[in-house]
Design a binder for this molecule. Structure first.
Ligand code: PHB
Length: 401
């Protein structure tokens, strides 16, 4: 049995003459080894402020709910969560990740609300051999940036290729794309375009909107003027509300242009307040709060009870990310070094509130069902109602290589 000792207490003891240090040495233990054996620390870096704050709110809520439901001890180890706000600014992420790794000696870094922040932490994960669990960001390339990255969120090509296929099968030929002008927007656009054009469809315009403080109105007008069969939209979680407001103001909801895309637009966090302009939007995505499984019904009920708002797809990235860490620790018998944890994470499979998921042992990326959904009213509230399922979808961005 090893006595628990905190880093600050330990340094005090050492300063007073090294007796305790000698005792530790006799036991063959360093202070950090003693600590490592008692506590597993998870540094959760998410945007709690700024444009992506809804992602941080969703992830932190889900992570805490998971710990509340499953307890804070795994394989004999106490789980300690340290939450940090990076405001979705990559320089902040890098500094915070470094502090967490060097000063707090975390065993895992997790969270990452947008692609640039997930990428900013990647070299640190590699250098320190600390697993980086990506719970939100969705650009295909992320998992290739470090052998210590594992993803529980999604990739944009997973849903964008599937909605392109659905469009082709539903008589949509001429499409305008409107995407946020950064890596996941480009991934969404390129993968959608490749499938659409291979199937005989036509992408007549590619509109890229700035990520920061976007004014969608002029871009929406351009899209309307092109009079396509459908408008393919990707904006990151948190921006769909503003976009749909401007969409309705431009009268696009009264036009014959269908709205399609990955499901980030009709994010469950914002959907309840989008109004009737959102009715009929068809998206392909990994999660709907309306997913009819028993597990999801229990998840949504527990989440709503705890927080009084609806969980969205970012929340399940956080919930499943915690499950991944807990299950990996069970598999290693509590060994929490990066190499043991990553090896244990590869190939894990479980049932999530979103449906069955697994971690591809080759790519460390998530394999999950993608559902096609339509926005409808259920008991007077807007929901993404699933009507078709594509099972066990791997990231097509990597499959093509
Ligand atoms: C990302 O930056 O990778 C990202 C953020 C929010 C989304 C999708 C992708 O909804």
């Amino acid at each position: 049995m090893v006595t628990r000792i905190s880093a600050s207490k330990a340094s005090g003891i050492f300063n007073r003459g090294g007796l305790a240090a000698a005792a530790f040495a006799a036991l063959g233990l360093s202070v950090s080894a003693a600590q490592a054996q008692e506590t597993v620390k998870i540094g959760l870096i998410v945007p709690m402020t700024g444009q992506q704050a809804s992602t941080g709110k969703q992830i932190v809520s889900a992570v805490k709910l998971y710990m509340l439901q499953k307890g804070e001890t795994v394989a004999g180890k106490k789980i300690e969560l340290i939450v940090k706000d990076d405001g979705a600014i990559p320089d902040n992420t890098k500094r915070i990740a470094q502090e967490l790794i060097v000063n707090d000696k975390v065993n895992v870094i997790a969270g990452f609300g947008i692609t640039p922040t997930a990428l900013a932490a990647a070299p640190l994960a590699t250098q320190a051999k600390v697993p980086e669990v990506v719970m939100a960001a969705g650009t295909s390339i992320i998992t290739e940036r470090s052998p210590y990255i594992v993803r529980t969120s999604f990739t944009l090509p997973q849903s964008s290729t599937i909605i392109a296929d659905w469009a082709l099968k539903n008589g949509i030929k001429k499409v305008v794309a409107l995407v946020s002008d950064y890596a996941p927007g480009h991934d969404a656009l390129n993968s959608f375009k490749a499938t659409l054009t291979a199937g005989g469809g036509q992408l007549v315009e590619e509109i890229k909107v700035p990520l920061a403080n976007p004014d969608f109105a002029p871009f929406l007008q351009r899209a309307k003027d092109a009079a396509p069969d459908a408008l393919f939209i990707f904006v990151p979680s948190g921006q769909g509300g503003t976009l749909m407001k401007q969409f309705a103001e431009r009268g696009l909801d009264k036009s014959n242009i269908k709205v399609i895309g990955p499901g980030d637009l009709t994010d469950d966090d914002l959907l309840p307040n989008m109004g009737d302009a959102a009715l009929g939007i068809v998206t392909a995505h990994l999660y709907s709060a309306n997913h009819p499984s028993a597990m999801n019904k229990a998840y949504v009920a527990a989440f709503q009870k705890a927080y009084d708002f609806r969980p969205n797809f970012m929340s399940v990235g956080g919930y499943d990310g915690m499950h991944l860490i807990y299950e990996a620790l069970k598999k290693t018998g509590g060994k929490a070094d990066g190499d043991s944890l990553i090896a244990a994470m590869k190939g894990l499979k479980w049932e999530s509130p979103r449906g069955p998921i697994s971690i591809d042992p080759e790519t460390r990326d998530i394999v999950q069902n993608i559902y096609i959904r339509k926005v409808e009213k259920v008991n007077g509230q807007l929901f993404n109602v699933e009507f078709a399922t594509f099972e066990a979808v791997k990231d097509p961005g990597k499959a093509k290589k």
